[in-house]
Design a protein around this ligand. Sequence first.
Ligand code: ATP
Length: 554
Amino acid sequence: MRSSTPMTQDAAVATAASRRLSLEEIVSYCRRRGFIYQASEIYGGINGFWDFGPMGAELKRNIKQTWWEDMVTRHNPLVAPAGTPSPFEMTGIDSSIIQHPQTWRVSGHSDLFSDMMVDCHETKKRYRFDHLAGRWIKDREGNPLFIAAAPDAPDADAFLDQRARKLLGISKSREVVWDSPLTDLAELDDFANVLAPHASEKGTLTEPREFNLMFKTYIGAMQTAADAAFLRPETAQGIFLNFRNVLDSGRFALPLGIAQIGKSFRNEITPRHFIFRSREFEQMEMEFFCPPETSHQWYKYWQQRRLDWYLDLGLRRENIRVREHEASELSHYALGTTDIEYAYPFMADGEFGELEGIANRGAFDLNSHSMGRLAKADPPELALDENGAPLHRGSGKNMVYNDVARGEKYVPYVIEPAAGADRALLAFLCDALEIEKLGEGGGEDSERAVLHIHPRLAPVKAAIFPLVKKEGMPEAARDLFGAMKRKWNVTYDEKGSIGRRYRRADEVGVPVCITIDDETISQGTVTVRDRDTLEQQRIKLDDCPAYLDKLIEG
Ligand code: ATP
């Protein structure tokens, strides 16, 4: 019997018709295929926390690894990139999740990293004060009633109309007559007449109170106020705290980028949209220290370079937006901030959500950790308490850099590209996952779910199949699998028809399937089938490692 790999149906058809998936479909796909599960699912889950399964853990590790390689280990410090003033150095650290509590006072996270919140006694829901708005209307007795809209309702007016009709018995044929346009809750003097979203009684909202987003813990056994510490809400501060250590121990010269990847924790009030906003997440941050007068040029450089990173790894240009913040949006110390935004599937058409922020932070951070909490960054001015004493003292350590090459001394300026590994993973998944129509006629072969993820990011790099379970093919396939496994995460699959095995591999984004058939045994060749083009070609068995290397690295 001749058993070389048949051209399966998929190789012959066009893949023109395809569709992106909704967030619900993506959540269900992630669970089904071992990418992401709700944390503590067997106990009913825990809001704002997620666990990564076998596929998700590999994908996330590959995203972080690719970022680290592209930012740190593959960087050439001898060559100035086009349009930049000089070559530069890159290195990395791995700092503690818990830092000295003074870190967060000086950085501003203790004071500013909080939002005003209101709680509803009846529904037990918590809302950001500045997210609540509603309209005035007369209740059945003719008294004023303020109906608040749910902040996550896609259409506030439709939500309010529906609530008013139900509460006041207004029939569909009559128009709802409101006494005011949409008004922020902040404009109200008291909340006695406010009907909270989803509540049945009015007056159930608390006064706004401050809600700090940092998770508190205690160091040691005593748990007194003096032992309080915080889980870091960002990885950046660990880099600022170690700036001098890295400079002094590494023989580095400026410009220098110090990168870090690690967990961050924010007690987000409304974790939502799957892993987009969670309470525990991973950041990939880099602080780039440079001479002040070159900072704008470097800011522009990092904007472009970070955008290119996402594009090179396959995100579609039309799904990405680069948004420079208006002057009014900037913090008092920031000289410029740009968000790289992605059109996540839970956003309305034309809307985008933050994927990464790139900021020119000036010398704010180093000055703060040296002098203390700053009220003004340029020139630096200490924030004072009511007695005129520094609000939060700095370390007193000297952050001035002696730039021998330029013959100057200065506190370096900082450009910060701050990305989220989880938001990047979500964007790569949303962008790459498609249902493709393979042919007419319906049935399970007429479409395939395929994850067109870049080979560098793919959780599994190749799937190795024996065409049939006889004639020496499984043995040859297992040998190849064993050899490839030493370098790459590859899988071996001998169950089901070859078409079914292709589908299973496509669904989790395996870039190439390698089939061992009788020509492998007789002539030492295999069939390689490309996930995206569906093309099949014969190559030498011995060339498989080189083929995969080229596919991954391009
Ligand atoms: P947002 O405005 O969406 O809350 P942010 O501006 O507070 O984000 P940064 O402090 O700039 O975010 O953090 C850098 C990156 O960390 C963000 O671009 C995002 O990718 C990621 N990130 C921040 N908060 C979260 C979160 N709660 N869950 C997942 N990723 C997050």
